[in-house]
Design a protein. Structure first.
Length: 160
């Protein structure tokens, strides 16, 4: 089994399963999902997705920061499917090592984390479309993320 920490659109398992099935992968390879937090990182909006026509969630190291997300347990073969979905390594990449993710009430888990290659420049306002943010929120609610974090996500500006 592999673990992937999702903090953007992949938190929405319904959408992820649909994409997997449409692209020839077996969605039953997703075995579970629970809330988790990645410490030492911050959620940023410095990546424009041509496919999504707006900003896409990204993270970067940030002392004292934390990003909540969904810890997804999946069969090993599906990791390549997520590489495909994330256009890795061209757009998002997971590197060659897992990161420690904290699961409330449990032990730390080593998980793959996809990080976008920021667009050129230093922009921090590449806002998502309303549809992307709503998908992200639906996934965050479904994963059981804390209410305070959900409120933060609801305040993300959108581009229509």
């Amino acid at each position: 089994m592999d673990f992937v920490f999702a903090y953007g659109h992949n938190m929405d398992l319904e959408s992820l399963r649909g994409w997997l099935g449409e692209n020839g992968y077996d969605p039953s390879g997703i075995k579970g999902c629970r809330p988790a937090v990645l410490r030492g990182y911050a959620l940023v909006w410095n990546y424009h997705s041509c496919r999504g026509r707006g900003g896409a969630a990204n993270i970067e190291p940030s002392p004292g920061g934390e990003v909540w997300g969904a810890l997804i347990e999946l069969e090993e073969g599906l990791l390549r499917a997520l590489d495909h979905r994330e256009n890795s390594p061209a757009a998002y990449y997971r590197g060659n090592r897992r990161l420690a993710v904290s699961v409330p009430g449990e032990r730390e888990v080593e998980a793959w984390v996809y990080i976008a290659r920021p667009n050129s420049g230093t922009r921090r306002d590449v806002w998502p479309t309303r549809a992307y943010r709503d998908l992200m929120l639906r996934g965050a609610r479904s994963a059981g993320l804390p209410p305070a974090y959900l409120e933060e996500l609801e305040r993300i500006p959108v581009k229509d």
